[in-house]
Design a protein around this ligand. Structure first.
Ligand code: C2G
Length: 154
């Protein structure tokens, strides 16, 4: 292991393989893993509306093997005190945050790991919008019409 204690932060809404891949990569380089999960209120501040409430998002992350501690992330500025409080020697984020937390380099190593392409909570939400109840009803109606036409042609 390269680092004793690693900390990272995130919303982890609609938990997906991109989140898991990051946590797995963190586990490969750190003995102890602390994860700050953004509260619902902090997410509003980030301009994000969560689908899954904080308690459930935190519980999912807490139950991932290799995650040693989950803390609430309630504001942008708590990272400095968290790094000191937990004697963290490495702060990690996915590469979409590249450079954004370099100011923490005075306190610990700052590492940006490659994010997983092709998946994001935003994309999942967009996909789900397409499966609204009316969409399903319209799809079934269309399917029935096509089936009737097929039978007429037989
Ligand atoms: N991530 C990833 N690959 C994806 C999606 C996300 O590696 N396909 C990473 C992000 O780079 C981040 C972590 O997973 O490091 C959590 O992502 P989000 O839940 O989207 O968190 P975010 O909204 O970026 O909040 O103070 C930091 C913020 O709380 C980060």
């Amino acid at each position: 292991m390269i680092y004793k204690k690693i900390i990272t932060y995130g919303t982890f809404d609609m938990f997906h393989i991109g989140h898991l891949n990051l946590i797995k990569k963190i586990k490969e380089i750190g003995s102890e893993v602390i994860i700050g999960v953004s509260t619902d209120e902090f997410n509003e501040e980030k301009g994000k509306k969560c689908i899954i409430p904080y308690e459930q998002r935190a519980e999912i992350v807490r139950c991932i093997s290799g995650v040693d501690l989950v803390i609430a992330e309630s504001d942008w500025d708590q990272k400095v005190s968290d790094i000191r409080k937990y004697s963290v020697d490495c702060f990690v984020m996915g590469s979409d945050w590249d450079g954004k937390f370099d100011y923490l380099q005075d306190l610990c190593e700052v590492v940006y790991l490659p994010r997983t392409d092709g998946i994001s909570t935003t994309e999942i939400k967009e996909l789900l919008k397409g499966f609204s109840p009316t969409f399903k009803k319209d799809f079934n109606n269309m399917f029935n019409i096509l089936d009737t036409l097929r039978q007429d042609l037989m």
